[in-house]
Design a protein around this ligand. Structure first.
Ligand SMILES: Cc1cc2nc3c(=O)[nH]c(=O)nc-3n(C[C@H](O)[C@H](O)[C@H](O)COP(=O)(O)OP(=O)(O)OC[C@H]3O[C@@H](n4cnc5c(N)ncnc54)[C@H](O)[C@@H]3O)c2cc1C
Length: 313
């Protein structure tokens, strides 16, 4: 007798959620928190940390053409350009399944991009689509890039676009974690109250007039790493060459700037998570790998945006 076994396709990691704005709260001069509500947000993924999502923005037709369903991206690409809704990447700041709510903190940078312009004017009732994690999917953590393994000391460093992710990570670290979070922001009042473990220092650095992105962040990270992280001198020569080639390849004008190694346990030394403007992140990564001689597998780096360029969809 022939038996056929039909296996159900695994539930995709991400799905679309039709939501509307429940509340908007201006946290600081730069950050605004938008709380989204939606009938099925009780199924939104709760894994947290730096979980990324896509915020799909309305166009002239609202969301009339936006394709729902598992295959939304392929269907979206096949639409004529004028019907395609723009979307941008953001971080889940908090999820409250029982209230069917999700918070996202937007760093406002004026009306230059559709996401910042939308968030700056958001009001209760505004509709939005989130492409977010599905709590029931076996792959629900696939949009999380903070993977320190068993490394004891963490360095979290970034600019205002990384602040929501850094705050969310800080709130989920084990209470006995050690390390530092260094966050560069546009304004002296941009420091956000965050519950960090006692052993993790949180340093907010405000840019002064005329400062470029990274002017405050880079020297402080360099100084802390030089004092706190032991070089990985056990790197095999081939690995060191690989690390160098990697750093060369990660040029901000030359393709994506993203590497998220699986953290590994190397006797309690540093794990670095770096996110923000691409050239700044490249500079920091080069310093960590070449000068401070950290094994590249200890360094997660993510160019969250590039000066002068819209996010590619
Ligand atoms: C995984 C991931 C998670 C992210 N999480 C967050 C988050 O939680 N909160 C958050 O605010 N951002 C976050 N970002 C960054 C955000 O996606 C970008 O800033 C994005 O470009 C904003 O879209 P936009 O439509 O406003 O501007 P775009 O249309 O993409 O860009 C328009 C112009 O604005 C410039 N620009 C973009 N961002 C900034 C900025 N912050 N300051 C100054 N100029 C800028 C670009 O260089 C470009 O010239 C995240 C990015 C990634 C990849």
């Amino acid at each position: 007798m022939l038996t056929s076994v039909v296996e159900a396709a695994p539930r995709p990691a991400y799905r679309s959620y039709r939501t509307s704005v429940a509340r908007v709260r201006r946290l600081t001069p730069t950050f605004t928190r938008v709380t989204f509500t939606g009938h099925d947000l009780d199924g939104f993924g709760t894994a947290g940390l730096d979980q990324r999502v896509k915020v799909v923005l309305p166009n002239a037709a609202g969301f009339a053409h936006f394709p729902d369903g598992d295959d939304w991206y392929r269907a979206w690409r096949e639409l004529p350009a004028e019907q395609r809704n723009p979307f941008r990447t953001y971080t889940v700041r908090a999820v409250r399944p029982a209230e069917r709510e999700v918070d996202i903190d937007f760093a406002l940078h004026g009306d230059l991009g559709p996401a910042s312009a939308w968030a700056g004017a958001a009001a209760p009732g505004d509709e939005i689509v989130l492409i977010g994690p599905d709590e029931l999917s076996p792959d629900r953590t696939s949009g999380i890039d903070f993977r320190p393994g068993a490394v004891e000391t963490v360095l979290l460093a970034g600019d205002e676009t990384a602040a929501p992710a850094i705050c969310a990570i800080l709130e989920q670290l084990p209470r006995d974690a050690a390390g530092i979070a260094i966050i560069e922001v546009p304004h002296p009042d941009d420091a956000i109250d965050v519950r960090a473990p006692e052993g993790v220092e949180v340093r907010w650095l405000a840019r002064a007039a005329g400062d470029a992105h990274g002017d405050r962040l880079i020297p402080v990270v360099r100084d802390w790493v030089a004092r706190s992280c032991t070089p990985d001198d056990e790197l095999a020569p081939s690995e060191a060459a690989l690390a160098l080639a990697d750093a060369e390849r990660a040029d901000p004008d030359d393709g994506p700037l993203w590497d998220v190694p699986e953290g590994r346990s190397l006797d309690g030394d540093c794990y670095a998570w770096l996110a923000g403007e691409a050239t700044v992140i490249t500079t920091l990564r080069r310093f960590l790998v070449r000068e401070a001689r950290l094994d590249r597998r200890r360094v997660a780096f993510m160019g969250y945006w590039r000066r002068g360029r819209a996010e590619l969809e």
